[in-house]
Design a protein around this ligand. Structure first.
Ligand code: LLP
Length: 434
């Protein structure tokens, strides 16, 4: 739960507040379902990372760069807030590039990840002057060479290393095992370096890595960092000019339920320890990281209202206006999100229930077998916590449901940063064609 969430009042007048705003007031004004984010909760992990990695400034060329993984929460106002606080952006599509540019991120603070960049995306990223393409295959290098040659530019590349470590996370969000489609093994990576050196419009400037998401232990990172360190000398020996940076990816987990993820401070200590001092024959390297969930996850909640309650045998259902199309994590990854009533007293009797939405799928649940206050009834407002990352970002129009609005809280004020989609938005592109 974000540090900026708390309660005001007592007994029946007890209410959930984010920063200094009552969430019931936001729901009244914006309607439900809606996503609500705290600016302070977005900025505080960014600042902690900046502070924790600051010791690297003296050992590396250039300050460490924290590239926010845009995919986790791509709203323009949020990107603008983070970019203004010094963040760079980790992109995976031309769409995310357009967002990062619109949010005012300088090109030299952007990296472009992903296994399937198209020529158009490469062209757009080159013209934005991005810091690096995190390249994932030799075919991609060849394609990038072609685009860069036609544009008469040099593409700076950071080859993605797959260290084959088990990140111990949900298989759908693990990326650092040999069987995953991501990155290159040591052998393949060294071959790719040799190939890149022969391509006149490619410059290998870095090595990148991302072993998975929602990691709750530092052990796999420690192991992956050691493999990466061992790769630096052989890569450098094949290059004309030495590597400039390494990009360690994102993946640090958050506490959704009872996980005990490492603190930001301990994570930073590991990075500083692993890369602050490199063997003497290696030139110093700038450090990049690509956190997403860590920054946006705890900063957002999904507000939803109970439309109906229903008893079916022993099961009790809270049927809400928020559904799997709004937040797909429970259905897709069995993701756990804490759910709390927005108003009403603490404590009291609890019973097991399923929190479900109106979508016609049995996988349409926000929670199953969850102990919640028995007093919850029709019309009550619920907050689904830690929904800022991969929440709105993965929302869809399934069942022709307009996507919810997004609201940003700054201290005692709130504003809509994306309006609720309308039925007109949904039909407009087809209407003229039928
Ligand atoms: N860098 C790369 C190359 C990535 O693929 C990802 C996430 C990140 C950084 C950011 O990872 P984070 O710090 O947010 O863990 N939809 C899933 C998560 C998918 C993550 C995909 N890659 C979920 O809801 O759990």
């Amino acid at each position: 739960m974000a540090r900026t969430l708390g309660h005001t009042g007592t007994g029946p007048a007890r209410e959930l507040v984010m920063e200094s705003v009552r969430l019931s007031e936001v729901a009244r004004s914006a309607g439900t379902p809606c996503y609500v984010y705290s600016a302070e909760a977005l900025l505080s992990p960014l600042r902690e990372l900046q502070k924790g990695l600051a010791p690297l400034e003296s050992t590396g060329p250039g300050a460490p760069l924290i590239c926010f993984a845009v995919k986790s929460c791509p709203n323009l106002s949020i990107l603008k807030l983070l970019a203004a606080a010094g963040a760079g952006m980790d992109l995976v599509s031309g769409g995310e590039l357009a967002r990062a540019i619109a949010a005012g991120t300088p090109g030299e603070r952007m990296v472009f990840s992903g296994v399937g960049k198209t020529a158009d995306e490469m062209r757009a990223a080159l013209s934005a002057g991005i810091l690096a393409f995190n390249a994932e295959s030799e075919s991609e290098l060849d394609a990038l060479e072609k685009v860069a040659a036609a544009e008469n530019r040099i593409a700076r590349v950071s080859l993605r290393f797959n260290p084959d470590v088990d990140a111990g996370t949900h298989p759908y969000i693990a990326t650092g095992l040999k069987r995953n489609k991501f990155g290159l093994s040591k052998k393949e990576l060294l071959r790719a370096v040799e190939r890149a050196v022969s391509l006149p419009h490619i410059r290998v400037a870095g090595i990148s890595m991302h072993i998975g998401s929602q990691l709750v232990s530092l052990a796999p990172m420690r192991e992956a960092y050691a493999s990466l360190r061992a790769l630096l000398a052989p890569v450098n020996s094949r290059l004309k000019a030495p590597l400039e940076f390494i990009d360690l990816g994102g993946g640090l987990g958050i506490r959704y339920r009872n996980e005990k993820p490492p603190s930001i401070a301990d994570y930073c200590k590991l990075v500083v320890k692993s890369f602050g001092k490199l063997p003497k024959d290696l030139p110093p390297l700038r450090i990049l990281i690509e956190p997403g969930r860590l920054i946006s996850g705890p900063a957002g909640v999904l507000l939803t209202r109970v439309l109906y309650t229903k008893e079916q045998g022993k099961r009790r259902f809270l049927i809400c206006d928020g559904a799997m199309n709004d937040l797909i994590r429970p259905a897709l990854y069995e993701g756990f999100h804490e759910i709390v009533p927005v108003t009403g007293p603490a404590g009291g009797a609890r019973s097991k229930m399923d929190v479900v939405g109106p979508v016609c799928e049995s996988a349409d649940f926000l929670a199953q077998d969850r102990m919640l206050p028995t007093r919850i009834q029709e019309g009550d407002l619920l907050a689904v916590l830690d929904a800022g990352a991969y929440g709105f970002s993965m929302a869809s129009n399934y069942n022709s449901r307009p996507r919810p609005p997004e609201i940003l809280i700054e201290k005692d004020r709130f504003r809509v940063i994306r309006p609720r989609e309308t039925l007109d938005d949904l039909l407009a592109r087809e209407r003229a064609l039928c």
